[in-house]
Design a binder for this molecule. Structure first.
Ligand SMILES: NC(=O)c1ccc[n+]([C@@H]2O[C@H](COP(=O)([O-])OP(=O)(O)OC[C@H]3O[C@@H](n4cnc5c(N)ncnc54)[C@H](O)[C@@H]3O)[C@@H](O)[C@H]2O)c1
Ligand SMILES: O=P(O)(O)OC[C@H](O)CO
Length: 337
């Protein structure tokens, strides 16, 4: 399968889109990065640095930067979606007619759309046609943008129902410090990336309250059980959640101080109000909105997700964090499972 000749558009010039576009350019792929903010795109094209979302890293000289969507999408063999999930549908509505019918569609964003409770694969199916799922790849795993940009060793998973598409993505992204695995469980890989952000907020809350290492380890473990239960109900393969896009990313985001989701939770645990926390953040913490999506999904599917429920109540119903933890601990005693 062709890989070296890929011409790739990266849609979204936040920290992750910029880091991934830079990996591709360093790998010798013909890569164009679309940036939403016009002034930032002009600055990046001139100064080769994303001062807003990925300061401190010089971009590869071959990486093309633009705020013009038609220019970014012209004559591409692969597109990589990396905008926040809640604006993905709007961006795709502008991009749809510019995307070729055999272009590989890759998504690296992690979340569930609020109004529809859909993952990005289903948003793509609605906006680009059901057939696009045959060339759709979910790219996910434990990967902080800043560490990837610094060239630190990182692993990721490319999941698709189409093995050849997954292999093209694997080949386009892999290099000596960035290693991609293939997988065929799109549902599990997408769900893992979305749910871990919610559990990371809960882990941050737990640490912000000063509850210690035992509590955090327990929360990660029981969070994984919730992810697994929801995944199985939605047709995912349970083994996926033991992998990079499940446990791997859950552990990273629940313990790594670079996580925006964990940071939101930590500040909540320390007593700050959500509005105050979000007002001083210019980046996205997908778990804030995805907490509501996952909570609604769990209710509609009848899946028990007590940590997600409490995270939702703290975030969106003003439940005091300490009270939420007391309620979690007071639940009926049961067998582990
Ligand atoms: N940053 C990471 O380390 C990392 C790693 C893996 C996955 N992700 C995922 O990647 C996705 C993007 O996150 P990020 O960290 O790159 O973003 P970011 O927080 O660094 O930046 C926010 C992005 O949102 C864009 N944006 C805001 N409003 C928009 C609009 N109306 N239309 C289009 N774009 C708009 C901005 O241009 C910018 O690209 C998220 O789903 C995130 O969970 C991030
Ligand atoms: O900073 P966060 O919390 O959005 O997490 C970033 C990545 O998803 C980690 O894999």
């Amino acid at each position: 399968m062709k890989s070296n000749g890929e011409r790739i558009a990266v849609i979204g010039g936040g920290s992750w889109g910029t880091a991934l576009a830079d990996v591709l350019a360093r790998n010798g792929r013909d890569t164009t990065l679309w940036i939403f903010e016009q002034d930032l795109a002009a600055e990046m094209a001139a100064n080769r640095i994303n001062t807003l979302y990925l300061p401190g890293f010089n971009l590869h000289p071959a990486l093309q930067c633009t705020s013009n969507l038609s220019e970014a999408l012209a004559d591409r063999t692969m597109i990589l979606l990396v905008t926040p999930v809640q604006v993905m549908r709007t961006v795709l509505s502008q991009a749809a007619e510019l995307i070729g019918h055999d272009t590989v569609i890759v998504n690296a964003s992690k979340g569930i759309e609020l109004k529809t409770l859909l993952p990005v694969s289903r948003i793509c199916a609605e906006m680009l046609g059901e057939e696009s799922l045959n060339r759709y790849v979910a790219l996910s795993g434990p990967t902080f943008a800043r560490e990837v940009a610094a060239g630190l060793p990182s692993l990721i998973v490319a999941a698709s129902r189409n093995e050849k598409c997954a292999q093209r993505v694997q080949s386009a992204f892999s290099n000596p410090t960035f290693r991609a695995y293939t997988n065929n469980d799109v549902t599990g890989v997408e769900l893992g990336g979305a749910v871990k952000n919610v559990i990371a907020i809960a882990a941050g809350i737990c640490d912000g309250l000063g509850f210690g290492h035992n509590a955090r380890a327990a929360l990660i473990t029981r969070g994984l059980a919730e992810m697994n239960r929801l995944g199985v109900a939605m047709g995912a393969q349970p083994g996926t959640f033991a992998g990079l896009a499940g446990m791997g990313d859950l552990v990273l985001t629940c313990t790594g101080d670079l996580s925006r989701n964990r940071t939101v939770g930590f500040k909540l645990g320390q007593g700050m109000r959500l509005a105050e926390i979000l007002a001083e953040m210019h980046m996205v913490a997908e778990g804030v909105k995805t907490a509501e999506s996952v909570y609604q999904l769990s209710r509609s599917l009848g899946v028990e997700m007590p940590i997600v429920e409490k995270a939702f109540q703290i975030l969106h119903e003003d439940k005091p964090a300490r009270e939420a933890v007391t309620e979690l601990m007071a639940r009926d005693l049961k067998a582990e499972g």
